[in-house]
Design a protein around this ligand. Structure first.
Ligand code: ADP
Ligand code: MG
Length: 701
């Protein structure tokens, strides 16, 4: 017999073929199961009614009860609208519709009593509510439930009469048809008891029709936990399988290269965080399993030297090491700083990118294949087929986001004798919870401490009023020999306008900072690479005082003499972008500044972003705020991955549940790695059924 959940929704009252078709088209709902999973996106507390006379806060959601006084269509074309006046014993306000005008105009009746729910707006010194939920008060209606579910819907469904009221009726009818056997649990009962969470069957009833806020909270917590728990369980299993399958080269020795570097060449004492991370890496490299480690550390935290020491360990153990960066400039910079660190050690190293050609390229490839080179530093050119190693033992990848998992995997194939260890470095801090979810199968190390003696960067928020002050300030800094970045936003959607802005900015700067007294370099994303490179170099060499640029310098150059970062239209940048940009200064001994130029009128989110920048320089703290403001779906590199498509859990707000879920998953797998205990049979069968369905999971396995 077919499970009842596979039944078509046409078996519910009032759902004929037409409505069923529409429900499928609009919401993807075809079966009982689909419908059950249409969870309310909010609830209306039907016990609380506000008085119009007491309303205070624009933006607040309110429920009102009153009589409609005037229902009127006005305006034409795009300004056509429907307005209605709602009056209660304390005052009146306006309800407004810009869509579905005729449909509502036909149905709303003056003189009738309605219950209205919506978000308050202050307009022309009067309260109004645009597009409220509105429902006529029924004479003999039963007293409403405490919390009434509201389902996401569409204009078309409303027009077809599939309104909230009907949706609730459908859901009630569906729940009445289901018994506990139809919704067996996928969590062991000992776990539910321990966590004090309701069974799946109860949770479905309670999340649709909660009797109280507390009941709702627990039902939601159950589904969030379930979702995050199975996700973690799966990630941990993948990791376990990979560890079992992939044997790694063992770097057991700390040899001459490492020791000589440490004693003779290392120009400073390692920070505590660098030492700790080195220990973690050494433990991996000696463990006999392949290292897959993500190294996070804010800009300037000293990741390069950690990478270098790991690479020296490879050489000490008879292996070669590669360091790969996302751009030519970055790769060059790595090559140069490694050369400096390595002076006199006798490490043979070469640089390879698309621009290395002909005889030189041939020589490098031959030396690499013959084992005459210890290190190779380069761009993704290192991934090409023609690049063969004699014995690659460790690959370091800088800037995770620009490479991606597939490219990482190509590196693994570079040594036919086994899998090279992989160390991924990123300067874009990822909040712990996000890392757990995205890289739950990787090990993570964090350098959470800056080298001593760094002066904090002074961050200032200015508006157009301060423009002259800004120019004066820049002139003083340039007189003192400093260099300045000025960055403009360049966003695809508004590219034309942005480029115009940049042009005008350059003009204004040229007038204010005329040649030959000052020199300005300009770089933007639309320039030819060679021109970009030339302008960048002018700035890097100190020939230009000012670099006016779009965000192309985000992961770009290291110019220690540049001590001022001016960000124009700062409100249009994301937080992590602002933080990355600011990280371009503060690299030398001078006091550095970051000046955020913003408009006078800022939205709440923009304000929060800019205030966070002024208040904090801690990349992790900033990343947390970013996650909070934008939600996980928008964090760079995650959007397409499908890895964060949770139905109900939100890793920004449900961090606590996520942590619990991970801990429990770890414990369960420790005690029962293959989920063979009888009480874990439900886990196993649910995981198996999910593995086939969940988008994104194939990619990480
Ligand atoms: P990241 O790659 O993490 O942004 P780098 O490795 O480029 O940072 O280091 C930034 C600067 O700090 C470099 O000039 C480096 O020489 C210096 N540095 C790194 N570690 C230390 C340390 N422990 N003490 C002092 N200076 C350090
Ligand atoms: Mg770096």
């Amino acid at each position: 017999m077919k499970p009842i959940l596979d039944t078509a929704i046409t078996y519910l009252p009032k759902v004929g073929p037409k409505r069923a078709e529409l429900l499928e088209k609009e919401l993807g709902v075809r079966t009982f199961r689909d419908l059950l999973w249409q969870l309310p996106y909010r609830y209306v507390d039907r016990t609380v009614f506000h008085k119009i006379g007491d309303l205070q806060e624009a933006g607040a959601e309110v429920q009102l009860r009153g009589v409609l006084r005037r229902v009127e269509v006005s305006g034409r074309g795009r300004s056509r609208r429907l307005t209605a006046v709602l009056r209660d014993s304390t005052g009146s306000l306006e309800l407004v519709w810009f869509r579905g005008i005729d449909w509502f105009a036909d149905r709303l009746m003056t003189g009738r009593e309605y219950i209205v729910f919506g978000r308050l707006q202050r307009f022309n010194n009067r309260w109004s509510i645009p597009h409220p939920d509105i429902e006529a008060v029924q004479r003999n209606a039963k007293p409403a439930a405490t919390l009434e579910p509201v389902y996401s819907s569409t204009e078309k469904l409303n027009q077809a009469g599939v309104e909230q009221k009907l949706r609730r009726k459908m859901m009630q009818a569906l729940l009445d048809k289901l018994s506990p056997e139809d919704l067996p649990d996928n969590l062991p009962s000992y776990l539910l008891e321990k966590l004090k969470l309701p069974s799946r069957f109860l949770a479905f009833r309670q999340i649709h029709f909660p009797a109280s806020a507390k009941e709702l909270h627990l039902a939601q917590a159950r589904f969030k936990f379930e979702e995050l728990f199975f996700h973690q369980l799966r990630l941990l299993q993948i990791k376990r399988i990979r560890i079992a399958k992939n044997r790694g080269f063992v770097f057991e020795k700390v040899g001459d290269y490492f020791n000589r570097f440490y004693r003779e060449n290392l120009p400073f004492e390692l920070t505590g965080a660098q030492k700790r991370v080195m220990k973690e890496i050494r433990r991996d490299l000696g463990s006999g399993r392949q290292m897959n480690r993500l190294l996070q550390g804010d800009v300037g935290s000293g990741k390069t030297v950690v990478a270098l020491m790991s690479m020296l360990l490879a050489v000490d153990n008879g292996f070669q090491a590669a360091l790969m960066a996302p751009t030519e400039i970055l790769a060059q910079q790595h090559y140069q700083s490694l050369s400096k660190y390595l002076q006199g050690l006798g490490i043979r190293m070469a640089f390879l990118s698309g621009s290395v050609k002909g005889r030189q390229r041939k020589q490098i490839l031959a030396a690499l294949a013959a084992g005459d080179l210890h290190f190779i530093v380069g761009t993704h050119a290192l991934l090409e087929e023609s690049v063969q190693f004699q014995n690659l033992g460790l690959a370091v990848i800088d800037e995770q986001h620009r490479f991606g998992v597939a490219q990482r995997a190509r590196l693994w194939k570079k040594n036919p004798r086994g899998l090279p260890h992989v160390l991924v470095m990123t300067a874009t801090p990822i909040p712990r919870t996000l890392a757990m979810t995205l890289y739950g199968d990787l090990d993570t190390s964090v350098i959470d401490e800056l080298p001593p003696g760094r002066k904090p960067i002074k961050t200032i928020l200015w508006t157009e009023h301060h423009r002259l002050r800004l120019f004066g300030f820049l002139k003083r800094e340039i007189k003192r020999g400093r260099q300045v970045y000025v960055v403009y936003p360049l966003i695809e959607k508004s590219e034309k306008l942005d480029l115009l802005n940049l042009e005008q900015g350059v003009e204004a700067m040229s007038r204010e900072f005329p040649a030959p007294e000052y020199a300005i370099a300009v770089v933007h994303g639309r320039m030819k690479p060679a021109d970009k490179e030339r302008e960048m170099q002018r700035f890097a060499k100190g020939e230009a005082d000012i670099l006016v640029a779009t965000t192309v310098i985000e992961v770009g150059v290291d110019v220690p003499n540049a001590s001022v970062m001016v960000i124009e239209n700062a409100e249009r940048f994301g937080l992590s972008q602002l933080h990355q940009l600011r990280g371009r200064v503060g690299r030398g001994a001078e006091q550095s500044f970051c000046i955020l130029m913003a408009g006078n009128k800022l939205g709440n989110d923009s304000k929060k972003r800019l205030q966070t920048m002024v208040a904090s320089q801690d990349g992790f703290k900033i990343a947390e705020v970013d996650l909070e403001l934008r939600g996980p779906g928008d964090i760079e590199g995650t959007r397409q991955s499908g890895l964060l498509d949770f139905r109900i859990a939100n890793i920004a707000t449900d961090q606590h549940i996520l942590q619990t879920a991970r801990q429990i998953a770890i414990k369960i797998l420790e005690a029962d790695p293959d989920l063979q205990k009888p009480e874990h049979a439900v886990l196993k069968s649910y995981l198996d059924s999910m593995a086939m369905k969940v988008r994104g999971w194939a990619q990480i396995s």
